[in-house]
Design a protein around this ligand. Structure first.
Ligand code: ADP
Ligand code: MG
Length: 627
């Protein structure tokens, strides 16, 4: 008989109220699922006792998909129909995944939809579908382990994931029948697992070395608010590179010439992985290698030798660490803790080089494989309402969000590092008389000019009442939800006409792009301000030019002498010429000159306007009746 669980009074909700919530680390190489059971957060194992689920899916002809270790095994014989590292394709267009395509053993094709697809024996598969198969497998495991229907899941994504990549992850979850409670950043989840969300303030480095990617995030924690000060990384660096270095060594030692033999290659790679793991607890390990000829080669490798082989990979990870610290503007002494994430960070050599570099011992109490999933489970438990008195953590937006305004400039609506969820509104107006539509262009980035930012979406607000320029009032609202996804709506306030879009861009930013966009914004701040001031002046010039030209066309003949008209026209021509050039002062002077030349004309038009309005009316109509 199972033991009955007894909880501390007040510490848990009654059983019928307890909702089953899970945390998922959807990794490039491995994925995990965790939950909080009897107050303790831990990952769940499959029926063989494995906690890690390789993020690999095998699609065989007519059969349902196979996920995880079985897919890895199938992949040795059938690589074309076996998909791994699909996370690299999430939220990306065909043209953005060139490097993925070049290295992949799959056939990736551009289709008429916006997402690329992989050809398999069971049809074309998008990254979202493949990820959803991985998520389904984790969902099944959780349902079996927890013995009930799931209330929802928290899924983690890299901090630099943009709108498109987050949206793709959300779609994959939906497809897997999972209700998303929240998407949270992987480094945030790792910090939560260490309890850093509670009471802890300070700066933390999350160092994540995975199978094929390396990410470092610098977080500033302040009363439950998680601010990402900087992220950096290497999208093609990880444990896999260590494996290749070890294989090179094995090839050399065994004297094998036929290194492209697929069976030999696979056997050598499997050995390399085992070697890394065996040398964690042992100083030496035996190696058995299956040679192409069918013979076996055996040898030995010491931990010391293995460490010298893989050290270049670890050293390469220090560069992004340096860059992240620079970008965050912090020194080593500002760091309150370093959290290690990812399989390879178990290795002594990684821990050694990290502590030497940061001049402090990293936090390693929690299994670096599990830390992200555990943090996600803790959040899920809280969001499901099983735990009430905890701090709700808050992420922040990685890049500013704004709108295109006249002159190709960007007006930032939600600045970078705003705590999410967040909603901000700003009012805009029309540029031309009688303008009845407004095109709304949503951008992401730190620079001042549209051309330097990333376009997220464009939509149109139609049916604005026809009014003079500047009279319509359009309120544009940006809303970023707790998952970091953006919604934009626009309302014309006098008429109440409204349009809204959920911003679902067809492509995403690479982490490298985000990094360089952030850096650019810092190094170009001076240029940007000058460029913005110039554009503002040019916009003002265009506006005035349009207004005066329209006024002349309407009333010029009636109100202006020939000499005055020609004076104004000369001013207009000068303004038109200088406004196309880059001398801001010349534009300013031309504006002032035209302003002066038209002052009298403007006053006359005003009078004319009043008398037009009055014509045909009796003055008594306008006097107020005595009460
Ligand atoms: P990801 O976040 O990319 O999904 P993981 O954090 O699961 O990846 O890391 C996978 C990598 O970790 C693989 O290269 C694997 O060989 C390596 N790895 C797993 N366990 C160990 C270990 N005990 N020692 C060294 N490397 C390990
Ligand atoms: Mg990971």
């Amino acid at each position: 008989m199972a033991l009955l669980q007894i909880s501390e009074p007040g510490k848990s909700t009654s059983p019928h109220e307890h909702r089953l919530a899970i945390g998922i680390d959807l990794g490039t190489t491995n994925s995990l699922v965790a939950s909080v059971r009897s107050g303790i957060a831990d990952t769940m194992a499959d029926e063989n006792g494995n906690h890690l689920l390789p993020s690999v899916v095998h699609y065989a002809d007519g059969k349902s998909s196979v996920v995880g270790n079985d897919a890895l095994i199938a992949g040795q014989k059938d690589p074309v129909n076996t998909i791994s590292s699909v996370k690299r394709m999430m939220g990306r267009s065909f043209s953005e995944i060139n490097s993925v395509i070049n290295r992949s053993s799959n056939r990736i094709v551009d289709t008429d939809t916006s997402v690329p697809r992989i050809e398999t024996a069971s049809g074309l598969k998008s990254a979202i579908e493949v990820s959803s198969d991985i998520l389904k497998s984790l969902r099944d495991r959780a349902e079996k382990t927890l013995g009930g229907e799931l209330f929802g899941a928290v899924i983690t994504v890299p901090a630099y994931f943009d709108d498109a990549q987050r949206q793709a992850t959300k779609d994959a979850a939906k497809l897997a029948g999972l209700k998303i409670l929240r998407l949270i950043n992987e480094p945030t989840a790792a910090a939560v697992a260490y309890g850093l969300d509670k009471r802890v303030n300070g700066i933390f480095v999350i160092y994540d070395l995975g199978g094929g990617t390396m990410d470092v995030s610098i977080l500033k924690l302040n009363k439950g608010v998680f601010e990402v000060l900087a992220t950096a990384g290497d999208a093609v660096l990880g444990g896999d590179d260590m494996d290749h270095l070890i294989v090179d060594y094995l090839v050399e030692e065994s004297g094998e010439k036929n290194i492209n033999d697929p069976v030999f290659k696979q056997s050598a790679l499997t050995q390399a992985r085992k070697i890394k793991e065996n040398l964690l607890a042992n100083d030496t390990t035996d190696i058995k290698l299956l040679l192409p000829g069918g013979e076996e080669w055996s040898g030995q490798l010491t931990r010391e030798k293995m460490q010298t082989l893989v050290a270049p990979v670890v050293e390469k990870t220090l560069k992004p660490c340096k860059r992240a610290m620079q970008d965050a503007g912090i020194k080593k002494t500002d760091i309150n803790g370093i959290v290690l994430v990812g399989g390879p960070t178990r290795m002594q050599i990684v821990r050694k080089l990290i502590s030497e570099f940061f001049e402090q011992e990293p936090l390693t109490d929690i299994d670096p494989d599990k830390v992200v999933a555990v943090g996600a489970a803790l959040q899920a438990d809280m969001l499901a309402g099983n735990k009430n008195n905890d701090v709700l953590l808050l992420d922040v937006t990685p890049l500013s969000l704004g709108l295109e305004i006249m002159g190709g400039m960007v007006e930032k609506i939600i600045p970078r590092n705003s705590t999410i969820p967040v909603a901000r509104a700003q009012e805009f107006t029309t540029f031309k008389d009688g303008q009845t539509a407004m095109s709304i262009h949503v951008l992401q980035g730190e620079r001042e000019m549209v051309s330097d930012c990333r376009s997220l979406a464009k939509f149109e607000l139609k049916g604005i009442p026809s009014l003079v320029a500047g009279a319509a009032r359009i309120r544009v609202t940006f809303q970023v939800d707790a998952d970091g996804l953006l919604n934009v709506s626009a309302t014309e306030l006098t008429s109440g006409i409204e349009t809204r879009v959920e911003v679902i861009p067809s492509y995403g930013l690479t982490d490298g792009e985000i990094e360089s966009m952030l850096k650019d914004s810092i190094s170009h701040a001076g240029d940007d301000m000058a460029a913005r001031a110039l554009r503002e002046q040019q916009v003002e010039a265009d506006r005035l030019y349009e207004a005066v030209t329209a006024a002349i066309a309407q009333d010029g003949e009636a109100l202006l002498s020939e000499s005055k008209l020609s004076e104004i026209k000369t001013c207009l021509n000068t303004l038109d010429t200088v406004s196309k050039k880059t001398d801001r002062n010349a534009i300013k002077l031309a504006i002032e000159k035209l302003d002066k030349a038209t002052q009298e004309f403007a006053a006359m038009r005003m009078d004319l306007g009043v008398s037009r309005a009055l014509s045909g009316h009796n003055i008594n109509e306008f006097t107020k009746e005595p009460d």
